[in-house]
Write a protein that binds this ligand. Structure first.
Ligand SMILES: O=c1ccn([C@@H]2O[C@H](COP(=O)(O)O)[C@@H](O)[C@H]2O)c(=O)[nH]1
Length: 274
């Protein structure tokens, strides 16, 4: 059986539609839920999100920063959350945005990509600022472990453009080269904000998935995603966090609304209807 990350992601997208839910237990959201800003609050929040969305979306993306704030106690909650998500069946994309020289990248790869590691996810986010080549050890590790990486190309925040527009083409070309020959997707995805006014660079040869954060609070709509990513609509995975997380009683219904609207506008089916 083909159990690569690309194959698992394709199967999950086909079954559950194109949506990633971000698991962002920020102090503001803990407060809005009436929870303490504490490791116990973090755990309650995370368990609730896993229960509400783990069986209805393709991917869940825990934001590591909100767990790291609590040091070892937060990391313990993150470990448990990753295990709970895996048990629920959804793919886990850990948003850590790591990037460093090769020898240090090897340690990050061991932490997040080695099968069986306590923080092992299906995929992680990586920053190419030290050069795309510095990520090679992590990409190799992803291939060996049937995992994936999502490399920042054009992020969703407004400050990004002046820097990233000069280098995004290189990042996209290097990702496409790393994915050549893999099917249905190679192990190297890109992060391209849902807030972008246009793609700017052709992505037709990428042969990998595209994470598009920025739905909801950052201003992008499912219709924006469908318009901007029309040329790669089979590969785009829109991502939303705060807009579905503001009220614990509505997490599931808001998620289903976003999921079904994204699926309809991107021409995707949701085979496993819930
Ligand atoms: O380009 C990027 C890359 C990552 N993010 C992360 O996604 C979520 C977005 O949260 P929302 O509440 O949906 O705005 C957050 O964890 C960011 O760190 C991003 O926004 N843009």
């Amino acid at each position: 059986m083909n159990d690569t990350f690309g194959a698992r992601l394709r199967a999950r997208l086909d079954a559950y539609g194109p949506l990633c839910v971000g698991l962002d237990p920020s102090p503001a959201l803990l407060h809005a839920w009436g929870l303490d800003d504490s490791p116990a609050g973090l755990e309650r929040f995370s368990r609730t999100v896993v229960d509400e969305v783990g069986d209805v979306v393709a991917v869940v993306k825990p934001q590591s920063a909100f767990f790291e704030r609590w040091g070892s106690r937060g990391i313990t909650v993150l470990e448990r959350t990753i295990a709970d998500l895996r048990e629920a069946g959804t793919l886990v994309l850990l948003d850590v945005k790591r990037g460093d020289i090769g020898s240090t990248m090897a340690a990050y790869a061991e932490a997040y990509l080695d099968r069986g590691g306590p923080l092992a996810a299906d995929a992680v986010t990586l920053s190419p600022y030290l050069g795309f080549g510095s990520l090679e050890v992590a990409i190799t590790s992803a291939m060996v472990n049937d995992a994936g990486v999502f490399v920042l190309a054009r992020t969703s925040n407004p400050e990004a453009a002046p820097l990233q527009r000069h280098v995004a083409g290189q990042v996209i070309a290097a990702a496409a080269a790393a994915n050549a020959g893999h099917t249905p997707f190679g192990p190297v995805g890109l992060v391209m904000g849902a807030t972008l006014p246009e793609l700017g660079e052709p992505l037709g040869d990428l042969n990998g998935p595209i994470l598009a954060p920025g739905l909801g609070v950052q201003g992008a709509t499912p219709a924006d995603v469908a318009r901007v990513f029309a040329s790669v609509r089979h590969a785009v995975v829109p991502s939303v966090s705060r807009a579905v997380l503001t009220d614990p009683k509505q997490v599931r219904s808001r998620t289903l609304d976003y999921r079904d609207e994204c699926a309809a506008l991107l021409g995707a089916k949701v085979a496993a209807q819930k």
